[in-house]
Design a protein around this ligand. Structure first.
Ligand SMILES: [Zn+2]
Length: 95
């Protein structure tokens, strides 16, 4: 199955902007109830998309993240992922 990022639009749960999937970070909930940044975008399970660390923080603060993932999200977990996004070079242009 070929990935065609330019045509796959996803909505950022922080700012509600639609963007190509390639410009978004996919966050998934692990079975343990934690969060993980799915860098490859291919992990199984329900995912939520954010365009920046700021949007992830905003979404977590408004419970958007928990709603998108359909499970409670520990707030510290979202912050940790946001830090990870901020420190990731490939997300610099999306900010
Ligand atoms: Zn956003």
């Amino acid at each position: 199955m070929a990935d065609v990022p330019a045509k796959k639009l996803r909505t950022c749960i922080g700012c509600s902007q639609k963007r190509p999937k390639a410009q978004l970070a996919r966050i998934i909930a692990t079975p343990e109830g934690n969060l993980r940044w799915d860098r490859g975008g291919k992990a199984p399970g329900r995912g939520a998309y954010v365009c920046s660390a700021a949007c992830l923080r905003r979404a977590a603060g408004k419970s958007q993240l928990a709603r998108a993932l359909r499970r409670p999200v520990p707030e510290g977990a979202a912050t940790a992922i946001a830090d990870e996004l901020e420190n990731a070079p490939q997300c610099a242009e999306a900010r």
